[in-house]
Ligand binder design. Structure first.
Ligand SMILES: [Zn+2]
Length: 377
């Protein structure tokens, strides 16, 4: 994998780059749509390509459970398995360990609300998993089987899956983890980073992951430690509660310490309204479930803002989903038809919205790239 920076903004840390893998060149900054189970839910790989998506991220944890990496390896790797011809990443499975344990215990997702924070302050450790110095013991959410995932296992699984870019195994701490817990967790993440680098035999690009929660000294320590290692790029992980200012500060602390010439990936966050800020702080790629997840709930992101197409009022609207959008959905289908499909629970409604939302997000990031090129941001 090669990464070349073609332009740096004079107004911010934003940059334009080209990330080249065996499956093509990705122009950055770039959104990475999520293909958890080796599919962008509701779409074929050919359709995803038409949404201007340049690279996808699949999920090591779920693919390990089903269909198991050996099935994918026997198909000639994940690209052939899912017929995706462009670049692909797999995460390390670390975040899913968090979701299974802490997230499942407390009904918590990537962003937590203040109210739940108050309830669970006293008990911030996960119950459904056991994290040791070697990795995480947990029960399969599918059949309850006892499983173990550590740095060696994660890399071996990711090598078999065969994405272009893989991630080191880390512990993603909860947004309310205290300083002591986060510090100890960081020691593990750093130890595991060394093991991942040592164990990898494939030609795949390997990204190290910076953790450290919301604590400035730990974030800086982690970025310095991981940044000095021989990784091909860097993932920035973590949970930030619902305070977006913390995330912004954290990005500034971390990016300042990471090597300039290597790509940076923000793991798992990226609402439309955050994208410009994330890019301005110097992030090159970021994955985000928002466009696809919201589509399956009937929400379209448009130049008029978010629209809930489930609402009966849209049955009276005969205009395009978004009159400013050039995607085939907006060129061919009207709001009233999509609303009708959603209200009658026709699968095609979810497909049309997923296509449009992905196209809209990719177009949004493309415009930011243009603004950087034109010196606007
Ligand atoms: Zn559209």
């Amino acid at each position: 994998m090669q990464f070349k920076i073609s332009k740096k903004s004079k107004k911010s840390n934003a940059r334009i780059g080209f990330l080249e893998t065996d499956h093509g060149v990705i122009e950055t900054p770039c959104l990475v749509p999520v293909a958890t189970q080796a599919v962008v839910k509701t779409l074929t790989s050919e359709e995803v390509e038409k949404t201007k998506s340049q690279i996808l991220i699949s999920n090591t944890f779920w693919l390990h459970l089903r269909p198991e990496e050996k099935i994918i390896a026997k198909s000639g790797g994940i690209h052939k398995f899912m017929n995706w011809k462009k670049s692909l990443m797999t995460d390390s499975g670390g975040f899913q360990v968090f979701s299974l344990g802490f997230g499942a215990d407390f009904g918590m997702g990537k962003i937590i609300k203040n109210s739940s924070q108050e309830i669970i302050k006293k008990d911030s450790q996960a119950k459904k998993i056991k994290i040791t110095n070697d990795g995480a013991f947990f029960k399969s959410p599918i059949d309850g089987k006892d499983l173990f995932l550590g740095p060696k296992e994660s890399i071996k699984i990711q090598e078999k899956i065969g994405a272009d870019i893989i991630f080191a195994f880390d512990e993603c701490t909860s947004p309310i983890a205290d300083y002591e817990y986060t510090k100890k967790s960081l020691e593990k993440t750093h130890k595991w980073a060394k093991i991942c680098l040592k164990i990898k035999k494939s030609e795949q690009a390997l990204y190290g992951i910076v953790q450290g929660g919301k604590f400035k000294d730990l974030r800086i320590e982690s970025a310095k430690f991981i940044g000095k290692m021989d990784f091909d790029g860097f993932g920035i992980g973590g949970e930030f509660g619902d305070d977006k200012k913390i995330m912004q500060k954290m990005l500034n602390w971390v990016v300042a310490e990471l090597p300039e010439k290597k790509p940076r990936h923000l793991l798992g966050i990226g609402y439309l309204e955050d994208m410009e800020k994330i890019i301005k702080s110097g992030v090159d790629t970021f994955d985000c479930t928002v466009p696809t997840h919201y589509a399956r709930r009937g929400i379209a992101f448009t130049s008029e803002g978010r629209l809930d197409l489930n609402k009966a009022e849209f049955l009276k609207k005969r205009e395009s989903l978004d009159v400013d959008c050039m995607c085939p959905v907006c060129q061919n289908y009207k709001k009233n038809y999509i609303c009708h499909l959603l209200r009658t629970k026709e699968i095609t409604g979810l497909r049309l919205l997923t296509f449009h939302n992905l196209y809209y997000f990719n177009n949004f990031v493309e415009k930011i790239r243009q603004d950087i090129k034109n010196g606007k941001i």
